[in-house]
Write a protein that binds this ligand. Structure first.
Ligand SMILES: [Zn+2]
Length: 474
């Protein structure tokens, strides 16, 4: 079976096949953060999902060229820059660094490219000029440049590829933004926004005067600059499908840069929303969490990741702190099995010539099915139960344990949970260790065993080696 994914463009699950089978990597673009604040877990649901899909494509033998943009110029950013007196680069740099740190906390692989919109102004201008030459972009009375949906349609192109909603009706709600009034048509959107006094020092020179790019054109410019005019996969949160992604398609295909009847993007994949305690996250409801808020509550990045990938990407996910507690327990079961396997395997090496185990095959079948993580977790926890049973009977040879461990590491290469971080032993346990070592030195083995049991009750075990004894979490 091949990997099948829901393609928002076709509105159905279909087999993923690379656009260019001979290319050395799959073009993979995910809309990144707007860096004006710390990212919340709703944002990170999409990014962790993108990481899972990238890891799975790699597991299935593809090379992936992963691009995630950083939106570093936008209304909220401009307001904050004016309020803080920082430069645009200083202000956005701080939140970009925080975002990348959070991404690492959640064990997301770093994208291969992290383009910043402000580094792509020449490419953005070039795209707008191409659209202007084809008569699809026009300059309005306010000095801004807009995309003409009617002209685009006149070229035989289709606006409304991702959505079936009436886009004109959708746009009515946007009328409040003052710049709407100079457009030829209400549905048209800004490609280049003329400088206004509120922009302060944030502006660039362009053939249309001073100004800044519209948000949508940034993603068209960065994705096509790094992945070419046609590429394989474009991801984002479902709230971006319209108008952001629809506009990306229109701008990109409006340039006519695509060759051989190929589309701008072959597979569009959207991750559903996240609710917290059954409600939309909001600061006023007190259910708004950044990754940092959760770390401050004592949770680990891998526990947050586990919870975020416990539900199917197309289902609205209800995030709760109780869910996070349950993730902690489930991970502890998994960690305990992996720790016991590691101990049993000892120095034994897995036989790498073996075909994938039934465990890996079942896991692959689950994720091939539109990344069905529920099925994948069921496969993983069946394997945990079965492995625990084999460990309990003592029937598992070191070589068999090493093979199981090898299979787990391959599977975890996709899930990205990694090993349990080593915990520092508390002072109480360290004192018991000294007491036990003293008893052992005095050859009082009954006392040494009694202290060992006390340590066990605290959740620690003693490991003796030539270099001394140390504590290990049970
Ligand atoms: Zn985007």
């Amino acid at each position: 079976m091949a990997l099948c994914l829901f393609n928002s463009l076709q509105r159905r699950v279909e087999a993923f096949t690379p656009l260019f089978p001979e290319a050395d990597a799959i073009g993979f673009y995910c809309c990144g953060p707007t860096v004006y604040d710390f990212g919340h877990i709703g944002n990170f649901r999409t990014f962790v999902f993108a990481d899972l899909l990238r890891r799975y494509l790699e597991f299935r033998g593809h090379r992936v060229n992963h691009v995630m943009n950083i939106t570093d110029v936008e209304d909220k950013i401009i307001r904050q820059v004016a309020a803080t007196g920082l430069s645009l680069a200083e202000f956005t740099g701080k939140y970009t660094d925080a975002f990348l740190a959070d991404l690492a906390t959640l064990s997301c692989l770093k994208p291969h490219h992290l383009p910043k919109a402000t580094d792509y102004i020449p490419q953005i201008i070039d795209l707008i000029e191409r659209l202007e030459k084809r008569g699809i972009a026009y300059r309005a009375g306010d000095g801004s440049v807009y995309f003409s949906i009617n002209k685009y349609r006149g070229c035989g192109c289709r606006y409304g590829q991702l959505v079936t909603l009436d886009p004109e009706a959708q746009r009515q709600t946007e009328r409040v933004s003052g710049d709407s009034y100079d457009k030829d048509n209400l549905a048209d959107f800004a490609l280049w926004k003329a400088r206004v006094p509120g922009d302060g020092v944030v502006f660039w020179e362009s053939p249309w005067g001073e100004g800044r790019p519209g948000w949508h054109i940034e993603c068209s410019a960065m994705s096509m600059a790094l992945l070419g005019p046609s590429f394989d996969l474009h991801l984002g949160g479902e709230d971006l499908a319209f108008p952001h992604h629809e506009d990306e398609i229109a701008q990109s295909e409006g340039t006519g840069l695509q060759q051989g009847g190929r589309p701008f993007v072959k597979h569009w994949v959207h991750a559903a929303h996240l609710l917290v305690d059954g409600k939309k996250m909001s600061k006023s409801l007190g259910n708004f969490f950044t990754v940092r808020d959760l770390l401050n509550k004592g949770f680990q990045g891998r526990e947050i990741r586990f919870l975020l990938i416990s539900a199917h990407y197309r289902e609205t996910f209800n995030f709760t702190l109780e869910g996070l507690e349950a993730s902690r327990s489930a991970l502890a079961r998994l960690d305990s099995t992996v720790a016991q396997l590691t101990e049993r395997a000892g120095a034994a090496n897995p036989d790498n010539t073996l075909a994938p185990s039934p465990f890996e095959i079942a896991f692959t079948e689950a994720l091939d099915d539109d990344l069905n993580v529920s099925k994948a977790w069921a496969v993983i926890f069946d394997w945990v139960r079965e492995t625990n049973a084999a460990l309990a009977t003592g029937s598992l040879s070191p070589a068999a344990a090493a093979e199981r461990l090898h299979a787990w590491r391959r599977v975890d290469g996709v899930m990205g949970l990694g090993a349990r971080p080593q915990e520092e032993a508390p002072a109480e346990a360290l004192a018991l260790l000294e007491k036990r070592n003293a008893a052992k030195a005095a050859r009082d083995f009954a006392q040494a065993d009694a202290v060992r049991n006390e340590l066990k009750a605290l959740g620690w075990t003693v490991e003796d080696s030539k270099s001394g004894s140390k504590l290990k979490r049970l």
